[in-house]
Design a protein around this ligand. Sequence first.
Ligand SMILES: C[S@@+](CC[C@H](N)C(=O)[O-])C[C@H]1O[C@@H](n2cnc3c(N)ncnc32)[C@H](O)[C@@H]1O
Length: 342
Amino acid sequence: MASAEAGERLADTPAAVKLQDGSGASKTPEAEEVCNSDFEATEPAPLSKNAQKKLLKRQRYEDKKAARKASAKQEKHQATEQKKQDVQSLLEGMTEEEKAAWKEERKHVRSARKAQTQEKRSRLQQAMETGQTIVLDLSSAHLMSDLELKSMCQQIAHSYSYNVRATTPCSLHLCSFQGRMKDVLEKQIGGFENWLIHQHALAYDEVFREQKDKVVYLTADSKTTLEELQPDEVYVIGGLVDRNRFASMCLDQATAKGIRTARLPIAEYVKLTGSRVLTVNHVVDILIKWVGSHDWKAALLDSIPARKRTALEANCEGTEDSPEDALNRGSPNADGTSVVGL
Ligand SMILES: C[S@@+](CC[C@H](N)C(=O)[O-])C[C@H]1O[C@@H](n2cnc3c(N)ncnc32)[C@H](O)[C@@H]1O
C-alpha cells in the first residue's frame, strides 16, 4: 500500500516522467533520491513487544490449528480404512446370494440419498425465485478483524446449511459481497461455488431500490417489534461480528437511509440470560423456522442455544453454543441487560 501511494506521489513529479519512460539508466538524481527515500519508508519498522507477543500467539494458534487439522485427517483416513475392513469381513461371512442381496440394498440406499439431495437442491432453486427474501448486509466487513471476519464466514456457512435443510427454504442474498469478505469466504468455505444463494457486489439498498418501502432492517435496537414476516417484504440482517463494539450501528445506518427497522419478538416468548443481540446465524435460523411454522416460540426455542436461555426455558432441546457466540460476547447492551449470554 505504502509503495502504491509512493508511486502516486512519484507520478506527480517531473522526475517520474523519466522513470516511467525509460530504463533505470535514464533516472534523474531527483528520481533516484525519491526512489531511495521511498525504499527506506517501506522498510518494516521493528515490532513492539506487544506486537511480537501477538504475533507469537497467532503463530501458536496457527500451529495448533494445523496440528488439529492433520490429526482430523488422519482419524478420517483410519475410519475409512476400518469401514472398508468391516465390509470386507462382513462379506466374507456371507453366501453368494446374501452378498448379492446386500449389494442390492446398498444400491437402493445410495440412490435414495442421491434423490434426497436432488430434491433439496430443486427446493432451494425454487426458493431462490419465490421464497421469503432474507438479506445479509456485508457492508461492514471492513470493521472486522481477521478473526471476526472468519467467524462471520462460518456464520454465513451455518445460515446456508440451515436453509438447505429447511422444508420451506428462503431466498438468501449476500449484499455488498466483494473485496476482503468475498476473498475470505471463497477461500475458507469449501464448495461455496456450488451454493444456491444470490450474490451482489451492490449494497442492499441499491439491489432493492425499487422495493425500498418493503425493506425492513432487523436490529435488536429497534423500538418496533416484528409481529410476523410478510412474503413480499425483504428482511435485512447486519453481517457483523463486533462483540457489541458498534452498538446500535445498524439501527442508525438504516434510519439514516429511511429504511424501516424491527427487532425480533424475543422478550415476548423466551427469557434470555443475557443480551438480546444474537449472532447472524441464529437470526437466520429463527426466520427460516418462523417461515416454516409461523410460530415464534417454537422458532426461538429451537434456534437460540439453551445456554442463552434461563433454566426455565432451556429444556435441553436447544443447540450448543458455538465459537461464533463466544466471539460475539461483548459489553452490556444499551438497555442494561447483562453479558452472560452473548
Ligand atoms: C451480532 S449482531 C450485530 C450487532 C450490531 N452492533 C448492530 O448494530 O446491529 C448481527 C445482526 O443480527 C441481527 N440481530 C441480532 N439480534 C437481533 C434481534 N434481537 N432482533 C433483530 N435483529 C437482530 C441484526 O441484523 C444485527 O445487525
